[in-house]
Design a protein around this ligand. Sequence first.
Ligand SMILES: O=C(CO)[C@H](O)[C@H](O)COP(=O)(O)O
Ligand SMILES: [Fe+2]
Length: 231
Amino acid sequence: MSRRSHLARLRQQAPVILPSVLSSDFSDMRGEVEKLEAAGVQALHLDVMDGNFVPNLTYGMPIVAAFRKLTELPLDVHLMIENPERYIRQFYEAGADIITIHEEAAGSDTGKILEEIKSLGCGAGVTINPDIPVERVLPFVDKADLILIMSVNAGFGGQAFNPVALEKLKTLREVAPPELLLEVDGGVNLETVQACTEAGADLLVIGSAIFNQSDYGAAIDELYRTAQVSN
Ligand SMILES: O=C(CO)[C@H](O)[C@H](O)COP(=O)(O)O
Ligand SMILES: [Fe+2]
């Protein structure tokens, strides 16, 4: 299956919860993936941090490649790295399906890098931190497959949700083409998830609210029930 075909499926199934495996047990990656698959998850979110663009350092291509060996689930790779253009091809070769870059890190190269990601056959995403105005991603609503709105400052799991993300999601939902996927990441939990779907988020990245629970399936089910938009 082409990597870009995952985009249409995620759009059809929205809202979709993507576990952020940063909070998972890396000493048992296989067991963690099996539990997530048994819980019915539809994609995984992988957080790559370089200790430079963000103060935290996580993992790079080898861990993405290891997840690729463990599962056929789409891998949504969130690059929190300076000069992301240096590594796009390597993350593609490691098995990423969607690659998201920070506009703050890519600057005037953002459009060109999104094109490169697409030309490799991956979904192309762009994201901004909470203190960056939504106007900085508006030029990409027709160029990207996905816009990720950060609801915490990129860098760490387990932070509190910043509601500034909700206004940005609403603005994008109004102006963006309907096929553009809107994703939200950071502090999404039982208290905040419904506001995210009501604001128009299609993809909900969730770390600690899943991995801090002993039963991932039960946690995800409850998050889905809570996420339903009330009519
Ligand atoms: O990109 C991220 C942090 O920069 C993570 O995806 C995010 O923090 C998810 O974790 P949590 O749900 O615990 O906030
Ligand atoms: Fe993330």
